[in-house]
Design a protein around this ligand. Structure first.
Ligand code: GLV
Ligand code: MN
Ligand code: MN
Length: 406
């Protein structure tokens, strides 16, 4: 599978959900479904045995040698953020497939698997890496049952429209014996590799996200007749919280912590009605757990202060809280040796972005290979990786999988 083949497949996948302003292939959308069907067909064509599990993870297996041996696994995701790029996740899927096919000719003793994880991006249902969480047996069914997208379509509903039943999600869990190691290839989505510069990033720690939903209740009232001094405007209070969170995160940025309010729903959302309720979603990331805890405490304090001062009640719901996850040192060492043998420059680095690898690390020794990301921009249409860097990443992945599977 040549570099040209990889570029062609990445470009073909990019057609699913493509709009002028980026790719809209949110989890379980029609475009996501089309991309998934495309990859399933391709995986079958090239000789993988393909199955889909109870949450929609696609698992393609190349049987070699002893069928019962634990598999050496690679993979990533095809769903995108709204207005995303053609690289985030896709490089790990297409690169993973290319790597497995390149290994077909070589003597490996373990089966090889490519996994296309379902619902990696949290942009649709506010929960991240749902497919890999289900695969490690850490699904959060009670919360997922309540999850809705911005059009009020529930996760349960989209699952059943795809022939999946939320009550069966637990069956997607795999045992530790089934997987020998997991390695994910991904675009860095930061500027470490370009600024060093280095060809490859070997990930030490993945910064798992902590997510909150804050609901602010004020009083909806007529914008024309309600005097300013008696208003209980939920959006005004929410805005104070947004600014407070920015301040708090700036203080914690010394530890590499970041926090974002990325989504707001204003009710009733009319130009002539004072906002009566605001729902806001907060995403906190970092690799220093105590800093994240401090951030959380300060956000809680800020919420109480604003609620009191503005006479608007507020509630905080913890959607997810995950600790930063360390990658396996031995897998990292293998990647390092592969880079050395190829004369490639590399750096050990942390990942600010979340990845399915952070879940797979609970199931098997796990590593991540990053390739450079250009233009200082990511989770948007201008995110960019060069074909040559993608090829280098695939070569490192191929050799790493070989070392693990030989
Ligand atoms: C993945 O893209 C994330 O938002 O962490
Ligand atoms: Mn992403
Ligand atoms: Mn990704």
């Amino acid at each position: 599978m040549t570099q040209e083949w990889v570029t062609k497949v990445i470009d073909e996948i990019a057609q699913f959900g493509k709009r002028d302003c980026g790719i809209y292939r949110e989890a379980f959308s029609e475009a996501d479904d089309k991309a998934r069907n495309y990859i399933i067909e391709l995986m079958k064509q090239v000789g993988l045995k393909v199955r889909t599990d109870e949450i929609g993870n696609i698992i393609g297996r190349l049987e070699v040698g002893d069928n019962k041996a634990p598999a050496v696994v690679t993979g990533s995701h095809l769903d995108t953020v709204p207005g995303g790029s053609k690289y985030d996740g896709v490089i790990g899927v297409v690169g993973g497939l290319a790597a497995i096919l390149r290994l077909k000719e070589r003597k490996v003793t373990q089966p090889l698997e490519l996994i296309v994880f379902a619902a990696e991006e949290s942009s649709r249902f506010m929960f991240a890496t749902m497919g890999s969480k289900a695969m490690i047996g850490r699904s959060n069914i009670n919360s997922w049952r309540k999850a809705k997208d911005k059009n009020d379509i529930s996760f349960v509903e989209v699952m059943s429209s795809r022939g999946l039943d939320i009550n069966n999600i637990d069956k997607a869990a795999r045992s530790k014996d089934a997987i020998k190691a997991f390695v994910e290839l991904h675009i860095e989505q930061g500027n470490t590799l370009v600024s060093k510069p280095a060809a490859i990033g070997i990930v030490d720690v993945v910064a798992a996200p902590t997510r909150l939903k804050i609901t602010v209740d004020g009083l909806a009232n007529y914008s024309g007749t309600t005097p300013m001094n008696i208003r209980r405007d939920a959006l005004v209070s929410a805005s104070m919280i947004v600014l407070a969170i920015q301040e708090i995160a700036l203080e914690q940025s010394y530890y590499g912590t970041v926090a974002t309010v990325g989504a707001l729903k204003v009710h009733p959302g009319a130009i002539n009605v004072i906002p009566g309720q605001v729902e806001m979603w907060v995403d906190i990331r970092g690799v220093n757990h105590s800093s994240i805890i401090e951030c959380l405490q300060e956000i809680k304090d800020a919420v109480s202060t604003v609620a009191e001062g503005q006479d608007t009640s507020m509630s905080i719901e913890m959607l997810s809280s995950e600790k930063p996850v360390e990658m396996d040192k031995e897998v990292a060492k293998i990647i390092e040796n592969v880079c050395d043998s190829k004369g490639l420059s590399y750096v050990q680095m942390n990942s600010g972005a979340g990845h399915d690898a952070m879940n797979m690390a609970f199931l098997a020794p796990t590593g991540m290979i990053f390739i450079p990301s250009y233009n200082d921009i990511s989770h948007c249409a201008d995110e960019y990786a060069t074909p040559n860097d993608i090829e280098t990443g695939i070569q490192v992945l191929t050799e790493t999988l070989f070392q693990l599977a030989k």
